[in-house]
Write a protein that binds this ligand. Structure first.
Ligand SMILES: Nc1ncnc2c1ncn2[C@@H]1O[C@H](COP(=O)(O)OP(=O)(O)OP(=O)(O)O)[C@@H](O)[C@H]1O
Ligand SMILES: [Mg+2]
Length: 340
């Protein structure tokens, strides 16, 4: 149990999502019907005014976690306690609307998530109206201008009248943040918010996110392929592998001295995470080596020293989830072992 007055905003326990794939029969679209283990038994806590980065290769289950947390689909198992209430059990429009006012999502592609025929003002007025955050008329307009200033879009009256195509990619992503902030959320789930932006403007968006954390106590789940940006902005980093959490810890320590063999492998693929923010983006998308092979774990043997690893993790204030096995994404069968 969490202590009273805990600063934990979101407490995720055993979150699991299996997707059925394949046709499964003569009337399906062919192929064997199987379960894809997109997210398996993922637990973490998100604290007030903190940024938790979620890093991992393509397909490791990052977006699925965010989508589960905003209830885009139901989990196979697990719970997510938002201030102690299980989000997965919310029912009906009213409960969901209230929750969505507290936990907002920002997506990777700002162009795709904005309506090309609507002005910036429209995008921000809509959530204000839906969540009844403004009294209407002048009050709403004042709120829109405040929000635009908050995300660094000035002069606000001029920006408010523009259409998405009249803005740069970075400005559009700032509009997405203003829209998310309109309902005054406690948590923002940001799914690769900078990965489609020019390298030169990524830093500005990250700094804006950090300022909102510091000034408003906003919490973020920051999903990224980019270890450099996780190190730059996130208080803690969680490494996901094939739907499983491998390691969680303070970002600096985790990247300076990764303990889990998988984290070590990821970092070895990104030689200098500190250089990534200014130089060409080095990220995990192209990381495609076979993990069991790269770790020298072709068989089913258990990695020696697993217990020692857990102890070293505890001493370093790190949570190490020992993947007993490298799971087969389709049926969870063992295909190799990582870390005990
Ligand atoms: N609706 C769905 N139906 C079936 N499979 C899905 C669905 N959504 C995701 N998956 C699968 O679940 C796995 C995890 O996908 P997810 O999108 O969460 O990965 P990700 O870590 O966000 O990857 P990326 O970095 O490429 O965005 C992938 O194998 C993906 O193909
Ligand atoms: Mg994704």
């Amino acid at each position: 149990m969490l202590p009273p007055n805990s600063d934990v905003v979101l407490d995720v326990r055993g979150l699991t999502k299996h997707f059925p794939v394949g046709g499964g029969g003569p009337f399906g679209l062919g192929g064997e019907r199987r379960l894809l283990h997109a997210v398996d038994d993922v637990s973490f806590t998100l604290r007030r005014g903190k940024i938790l980065a979620l890093v991992g290769e393509s397909g490791s289950g990052k977006s699925t976690i965010a989508r589960l947390l905003v209830r885009l689909y139901p989990p196979t198992a697990g719970e997510a306690l938002f201030h102690g209430t299980d989000v997965m059990k919310l029912r009906g429009r009213r409960q969901l609307l209230k929750y969505r006012g507290q936990v907002q999502m920002v997506f990777q592609d700002p162009f795709g998530s904005l309506n090309p025929v609507k002005t910036v003002a429209h995008h921000i007025l809509r959530p204000l109206a839906i969540h009844k955050e403004a009294a209407g008329g002048r009050d709403a307009q004042t709120k829109v201008h405040q929000l635009l200033r908050t995300v660094g879009l000035t002069p606000p009256d001029e920006v408010a009248r523009k259409y998405p195509h009249q803005l740069s990619g970075g400005q559009r992503q700032r509009v997405s943040f203003a829209r998310a902030l309109a309902v005054n959320p406690e948590v923002v789930l940001a799914d690769e918010p900078i990965s489609m932006l020019d390298v030169s403007i990524r830093m500005g968006i990250l700094n804006m996110m950090a300022a909102l954390r510091d000034e408003r106590g906003l919490s973020y789940l920051y999903i990224t392929h980019d270890l450099a940006s996780a190190r730059y902005i996130a208080d803690d980093t969680m490494v996901l592998y094939a739907g499983h959490v491998a390691e969680v810890g303070p970002s600096d320590a985790l990247m300076a001295e990764p303990l889990h063999p998988y984290t070590q492998l990821l970092l070895s693929a990104v030689p200098n995470p500190a250089a990534g923010l200014s130089g060409p983006a080095e990220d995990l998308r192209s990381f495609s080596r076979s993990v069991p092979e790269a770790l020298g774990l072709g068989g089913k043997g258990v990695l020696h020293g697993a217990l020692g690893l857990r102890h070293r993790g505890e001493a370093a204030g790190r949570q190490i989830m020992l993947l007993g096995v490298v799971p087969d994404r389709f049926d969870g069968r063992e295909v190799g072992a990582v870390g005990g």
